[in-house]
Design a protein. Structure first.
Length: 302
């Protein structure tokens, strides 16, 4: 008899001892277990704590492709979910699984929900998290996009470039920081101006460890180098914390070919005519012989 069949037999008995358990797995691999039972439970290598105050609204299940939406409610706990971690975005997009469990025999259980955290808001000493079902992914664009710029993200499977390659990343300590988004360094002048623009800052130590910021501006200055993020890091970062700064890509064919020598993996269509060409008309002063718009044959970089 399977676990779900055993639970069904227990429910059919008329006297039940059931509760719900949730497992929350962050993108960094940290897993947290919660239960609405009055004592801790354990299965699948996870301890489901009873003292966290996590509860959930009734699950909305459907047989079609509509998204199964619900909410999880919880009290902020210094042991498990902390306000600092939620504010820093560590639980954004975390994977969530929910079981109905016989607390007298945890082998008798059934998985009721699997999905991810959506929007998380804080309220009255706790938090409210939207739960999004697996069918939420069907709302995401699929397939290739025909555009002149590259559709890949630097370093992903489509791009294939190794961002840890020599000269494309550097490990440094934070020197001067303003508003958690403007970094100033006395050195790092060996890299070209704007070398790290559109790249990433990954925090390796301190209270903000694991957080990632997107680089907006990278400038060589008279005193060294200045790097500005698009958004401030949402955790306490201080001078002396270690960060890794990765080179950026503006997704142009010329950048892919010259800066990264990776044009064979370019995921764009640099020869797609632009809007100006589509709305243009023949002129007697132009060369109208039907030839290629790109005569140099170098991938559209000129």
């Amino acid at each position: 008899m399977s676990n779900s069949e055993a639970l069904q037999a227990h429910l059919a008995s008329g006297t039940t001892t059931v509760c719900r358990c949730w497992a929350v797995t962050r993108k960094d691999g940290e897993t947290y277990g919660f239960t609405d039972h009055d004592t801790d439970l354990e299965f699948d290598g996870t301890t489901f704590a009873a003292d966290t105050g996590l509860t959930a609204n009734a699950l909305e299940q459907s047989t079609g492709l509509s998204v199964d939406n619900t909410e999880a409610l919880g009290a902020l706990s210094s042991v498990a979910l902390t306000e600092a971690d939620i504010q820093a975005g560590r639980f954004d997009g975390a994977a969530v699984s929910s079981w109905l469990v016989n607390w007298t025999n945890v082998a008798e259980r059934v998985l009721q929900f699997r999905g991810t955290f959506g929007e998380i808001t804080r309220a009255a000493g706790g938090f409210r998290a939207e739960l999004r079902g697996l069918t939420e992914h069907l709302n995401q664009p699929q397939g290739r996009v025909y555009q002149s710029s590259c559709s890949a993200v630097l370093g992903d499977a489509g791009c294939g470039f190794d961002t840890s390659a020599l000269g494309y990343s550097v490990e440094v300590l934070v020197e001067t920081l303003e508003d958690a988004k403007l970094f100033s360094f006395a050195g790092m002048t060996e890299f070209d101006d704007r070398w790290f623009e559109n790249g990433r800052v990954v925090v390796s130590s301190g209270a903000a460890k694991g957080l990632v910021g997107a680089i907006k501006n990278d400038r060589l200055t008279a005193d060294g180098r200045s790097i500005e993020l698009w958004q401030a890091l949402r955790a306490d970062i201080k001078s002396g914390d270690q960060i890794r700064i990765e080179a950026g890509c503006d997704r142009r064919a010329e950048t892919c070919r010259l800066k990264f020598d990776n044009f064979l993996n370019f995921q764009g269509f640099p020869h797609v005519p632009g809007e100006d060409w589509l709305t243009s008309y023949p002129a007697s002063s132009d060369l109208n012989e039907g030839g290629s718009l790109y005569g140099n044959g170098d991938g559209g970089a000129s």
